[in-house]
Every structure is written in C-alpha cells, then in structure tokens.
Design a protein around this ligand. Structure first.
Ligand code: ZN
Ligand code: ZN
Length: 412
C-alpha cells in the first residue's frame, strides 16, 4: 500500500462522520437485548448489501457477517462490533434517548445502549463504507463481524462470539488477525487504552450446594449444620487466592454474591446455596482455581459431615492481546489517535467475549475513551449506568482505527 504511507492514516470525510453519528443515534433510540437484535441486524445487513459485500445473516441468532474482497491479494482481517443493549432504563436527557422497553426475565424493563455497543456498530458500519470505497487499493479480505449477545445470552440460550465460532465463523475463512474496540467512560474522548498480553479477566460463575441434615436449632447435634459449613467454605475459599495461587503470574479474584438458606430462626436447614464469580488473567491459574474451589468446598464440607456440590459455569476466557500484533499495530493506533492520547491500560477485571476470537487467531482489543475533555473519567457515569454518556467525537477515531488497522496490517 504505497499510496497510503504508514505515517499518513486514512481519514474519513466529514460527511461519513456525520453519517456514523446519525446511525449511532438511530441505534441508540432502538436498543435491543441480547439475542433479540433483529432491527439492528436488519439495519446492518441492508447497509453491507448496499456496499456490495457478501452478507450472511442469522449467524448465532441475529449476527451479521460481511465479507469485502480487496482488489489485490493479501491477508484476511476481521473487525468486530457487538450489537446488544442492556435492561437499563435510560436517565440521560439526550434528545435521542431511549424510551424502548422489552421483556426480560418475565418483566417489562427499559432497554438502553448503556455499554455503548451502538457506537461500536455505527463505527464498524462507517469502516465498511470507507473500506468499500477504497476497495481498489485494498489488499486482502475484510470480515466484518456484527455480533449479538456480548452481554450474555438470556437464560437457557446460547449466543455471542462462542456460538458464532461454533457455527463456523472462522471455518471457511480464517482471519490472520481480529480487531475489536470498546468505548468506555474511563477514558477521555478519543484516548486509547491498549495492553499487550492479558487485558481483561476471564469470568466464571460458580454454585455451591451445601447439603446438611435438618434439625431443631436447639439440638444441633441431631443433624448436620449446612450454615456453619457454608461459613467455613466461604472463609476457606479466601485462602485460594492468598495461599494457593502463584500471584507472581497474575492477579485473580474469587467473590461470593449469593448466600441463601434457612426459613426460621430455630430450624437448622437441610441446605445452603452459595453463588459467586471467579476472575483471572491467566488461563492456567484459572484451571487451578477451579480445582482448588472444588477441593476446598468438598473437603471443608466433609470435615463437618456435610456435602458440597460445586458447579462451575464457565463464562468468558481471558481477553489476551497478541503481543506481536499489539506491537505491530501500535504505530497505527498512535497515528490515528495521536501518540499523546495512547496509553497502556491497567488490567480490567471485567470480561469480554472477544476473548473467544482471540483464542482462535491473533487478536487486538482496545478501549476508546468517550468522556468529554474537561470531565473526570474516574467519576463519569460508567458503562452500564442509566446515565452512561458517550461523546460522539470518539466515533471518528474508532472508525478510522478499524480502517487503518486493515490497511496497515496488509502492508506489513
Ligand atoms: Zn457491557
Ligand atoms: Zn460492552
């Protein structure tokens, strides 16, 4: 790509930027929950078809995949945007604020793009338009992944990146690299946070059923007390991170979020139910903590004559940025955003299902700041807040990042 020199990034026009803003506002007013992104998918598919791309719809329920073939041979680069919104009632006073509602877990709830996925979709639609316009100069193939259900499929359903891959997303056309962007309130508008290696944690839910034997509260020796046993399990579990895991490898967290048991003050119940979350930045540590949790719970319970049944519901893996790809594409990020606005990001204990793509092919996932200059990103309403606000000036940066990743990757 001699025509587009490395220090001369492709910029989008003011018209295209305006178009991206309009798409974003339309999507913001029509947010849809995970696996229900029907309208969003239609908007995306129509746009990609209009651009002349090969389009596949209904991938993993509502996913849309577009393929753009450049005029010259070259690598396959995948760009990903997630499409789903959240069961949050918007409390901003934006003129295009969402008033949408939907059914969630049997209840009517407000729906809002409180995680900024409307920004992601609009930016990737803009990138598709720009890249299609430069098709004659493009070397290789671009795969546009518009993914449903990043926030998690509804109970009893599958979805998201994992299901797209299961359905063969990379089977026929395996990308050489995959790129993703997440907007977030923790950064100033247009600033980029990147990190080589692990960036975001794995997220796994666990359940522990502690089975004792019910008896009168005045005669504990007549039964087996699952409440005291559950308390011991909760305490002993704290030694997994502090005593059993090699903390020089990576930090980790085990937290309990639900403790349920008992109906009356003077009845020792049959059973106590515990639920919690495990976060990791190292896939080996993750496997070890699963084992440690089972051992600790089962043996603690056995020492009291109770039983503990541990179930781990594996969620998203660690989001790992390929170090070579990160190093290779850092100059592009700095050219697009401005070197003074690009910083190494601290580890994030939240999780992302972009991680599934990055386990298959080299991946790079970055954060794009959306809190306006002059405001403190540390106190701005965070992603998932009903007051979440995304500065649209960031859309240009994100769109250009997608476009230039494609060109610069093909060039190297
Ligand atoms: Zn989110
Ligand atoms: Zn998100």
């Amino acid at each position: 790509m001699a025509a587009l020199a490395a220090d001369d990034p492709v910029r989008i026009s003011a018209e295209l930027e305006q178009q991206v803003i309009e798409w974003r506002r339309d999507l913001h007013q029509h947010p849809e929950l995970s696996n229900r992104e029907f309208r969003t998918a239609k908007v995306v598919a129509e746009h990609l078809r209009k651009l002349g791309l090969e389009v596949q719809t209904e991938v993993a329920h509502t996913g849309v995949v577009g393929i753009l073939k450049g005029a010259k041979p070259g690598p396959v680069v995948a760009l990903r945007a997630d499409m789903d919104a959240l069961p949050v009632t918007e409390k901003t006073d934006l003129p295009f604020k969402s008033t949408a509602t939907a059914e969630y877990r049997g209840e009517e709830v407000g729906v809002m793009h409180a995680c900024g996925h409307d920004m992601h979709v609009a930016m990737l639609m803009g990138a598709a338009e720009q890249l299609a316009a430069l098709q004659n100069e493009l070397a290789g193939t671009v795969m546009f992944i518009f993914q449903p259900a990043e926030e998690g499929a509804p109970k009893g359903e599958e979805g998201g990146a994992e299901l797209m891959l299961e359905q063969g997303l990379f089977a026929d056309l395996k990308p050489d690299a995959v790129f993703g962007i997440h907007v977030w309130s923790a950064g100033t508008t247009g600033h980029i946070g990147y990190r080589s290696g692990p960036l975001m944690a794995s997220s796994d839910r666990f359940e522990i059923n502690v089975k004792g034997r019910q008896t009168h509260g005045s005669r504990p020796w007549g039964g087996v007390d699952p409440i005291v046993t559950a308390a011991q399990i909760i305490n002993n579990t704290q030694t997994i991170i502090s005593r059993q895991v090699d903390i020089t490898k990576a930090p980790a967290v085990v937290s309990f979020g639900i403790v349920e048991g008992g109906v009356r003050n003077n009845i020792i119940p049959d059973e106590v139910y515990l639920e919690g979350t495990i976060r990791n930045f190292d896939m080996d540590n993750r496997a070890q903590i699963f084992e440690n949790l089972k051992t600790t719970a089962e043996h603690t319970a056995a020492s009291s004559g109770a039983e503990a049944h541990v179930h781990i519901d594996e969620g998203y893996p660690v989001t790992i940025n390929n170090p070579e790809l990160t190093a290779q594409m850092l100059p592009t990020i700095e050219q697009v955003a401005g070197a003074d606005k690009v910083k190494v990001n601290p580890l994030v204990t939240g999780a992302e299902d972009f991680s599934f793509y990055a386990l298959e092919v080299p991946g790079l996932f970055v954060f794009l700041g959306i809190t306006p200059e002059g405001q403190d990103p540390a106190t701005a309403p965070s992603n998932h807040s009903p007051y979440f606000y995304a500065d649209e000036d960031a859309l240009k940066v994100g769109t250009e990042l997608y476009v230039n990743w494609v060109f610069d990757y093909a060039e190297d």
